[in-house]
Design a protein around this ligand. Structure first.
Ligand SMILES: Cc1cc2nc3c(=O)[nH]c(=O)nc-3n(C[C@H](O)[C@H](O)[C@H](O)COP(=O)(O)O)c2cc1C
Length: 425
């Protein structure tokens, strides 16, 4: 089931070094690139159907097409390497194992959108990843792939790495821009969208690491070759991070569209220790959980996930076995999102704090039945009433656990469990 497009160089010894990467084709697309018109590159990427791999799945080429023409302002590219969503660990493989693939992608994107300045925004905790990435950028400058004349062509490109200070909300694209500008990472109201007014008020494209790293293959082999993988509307391959209760957790590159359970069984070795499946988080902590029955019919693509009322997200799949306490899982989830709220919107700042107090009360065995309904009500009242979707990234999955595993929450507030919990203390 596994394929090797993005991960083709991951197993090479020193594949992150320019010399080895070049022997395996790195920067091989540049002559073709500069012989094309920028609009032709955008059309090729549109035709490939590549969708943003940061979570929302917006078509990359379409986004690039939103840039206004002739503004006289510089155009910026920001590469989102924040990767802070719990259960998501795909981009760091690219940053460490094949950073030149991403730099080549940056050159392709920059040429297509007419940008001469890229900022790579990387989460503060990625210490070794920053080192690896900066070393590759230094090599690329030295070899003339970045700088005044990219690969000898009349095209200038500067690439700057900007380290975050460790805030999940700075992965939200406008929080990210604020942070690069040196301000608090608080998301902006949209519109205007960044393509029109982004970094320093200039047109800006923000794309995920994996989206950008997918470009060299598309340019080299063409849109049709990319579309040969995946489904009609969810083309290509994806780096899936599979974690939780499986025998073989890890990062696997797979075409989109495969049945989820088959992947769990055949690729990740199935539920560990011979236990039974209780649920699957399909694409990072912010995606609604799937029950075993739902997991049987869902496939790993944007459409099937939507049909199952969840999201493809970042491809971070978490398998939950029968021993998982869903109430404590939800406590953990709310704790994280409350902690990461930037605080500018009242429903998020206060609402998530209120939800945390309630779930803690339930876990302590002091909850009442009305608390579970109140949690559901809060989900409805917080969601989509804030500047960004951080709060929805909490309420959407929380609602799914409350509805699909309601019995467990009810048991926590029933007489028996409350008494048992009190006696335990
Ligand atoms: C709270 C929050 C955190 C996010 N974190 C990330 C992240 O770490 N990396 C990422 O690429 N996108 C993240 N996103 C999505 C970005 O806002 C944006 O959609 C993405 O970077 C666009 O790139 P793409 O179109 O290539 O996916 C986050 C969104 C939200 C609301």
């Amino acid at each position: 089931m596994e394929v090797k497009i993005l991960s083709a160089k991951f197993d090479l010894e020193d594949g992150h070094k320019l010399e080895i990467a070049k022997q395996h084709g790195a920067y091989g697309t540049l002559d073709k690139l500069f012989a094309m018109k920028p609009e032709e590159v955008i059309e090729e990427v549109k035709a490939s159907g590549l969708r943003g791999r940061g979570g929302a799945g917006f078509p990359a080429g379409v986004k690039w097409g939103f840039l206004p023409k002739g503004t006289g302002k510089p155009v910026y590219l920001a590469v989102n390497s924040d990767e802070s969503e719990p259960a998501t660990f795909k981009d760091r493989y690219i940053l460490v194992k094949d950073p030149h693939m991403m730099i080549e992608g940056i050159i392709i994107c920059s040429y297509a959108i007419g940008s001469h300045d890229t900022y790579i925004y990387i989460r503060g905790e990625y210490t070794s990843q920053v080192k690896a990435l900066q070393a590759a950028i230094d090599e690329a400058y030295e070899a003339g792939y970045l700088g005044d004349k990219v690969a000898g062509h009349d095209f200038k490109l500067e690439v700057t790495v900007h380290r975050g200070a460790g805030a999940y909300v700075c992965g939200e694209e406008t929080g990210l821009l604020e942070s690069i500008e040196g301000k608090k990472g608080q998301p902006r109201a949209k519109p205007p969208f960044p393509a029109v007014s982004g970094l320093y008020g200039c047109p800006t494209i923000i794309n995920n690491v994996q989206s950008i790293a997918s470009l060299p293959f598309i340019l080299e082999k063409g849109a049709e070759a990319y579309k040969a993988y995946g489904t009609e509307k969810s083309s290509g391959t994806h780096l899936f991070g599979i974690s939780g209760h499986v025998e073989k957790p890890g990062m696997y590159e797979l075409p989109l569209g495969l049945p989820l359970l088959e992947v769990v069984e055949k690729v990740a070795g199935g539920v560990w220790k011979g236990r039974t499946l209780k649920g699957v988080i399909p694409g990072g902590s912010s995606t609604p959980v799937l029950t075993p029955d739902e997991a049987k019919t869902v496939t790993l693509d944007y459409e099937s996930m939507a049909e199952h009322k969840t999201m493809f997200g970042s491809g971070g799949i978490v398998v939950l076995d029968e021993t998982v306490d869903m109430v404590k899982l939800v406590e953990n989830l709310i704790y994280f999102y409350h902690h990461e709220s930037c605080g500018q919107c009242t429903p998020c700042r206060e609402g998530l704090g209120w939800m945390l107090k309630i779930i803690k009360k339930v876990v302590r065995g002091e909850g009442e039945m009305s608390d579970i309904n109140l949690l559901l009500e809060l989900c409805d009242n917080i969601e989509m009433k804030t500047v960004c979707v951080l709060s929805a990234a909490c309420t959407m999955p929380v609602r799914s656990y409350l509805v699909k595993f309601r019995d467990e929450f009810d048991a926590y507030v029933s007489e028996d469990i409350s008494t048992a919990a009190a006696n335990q203390e």
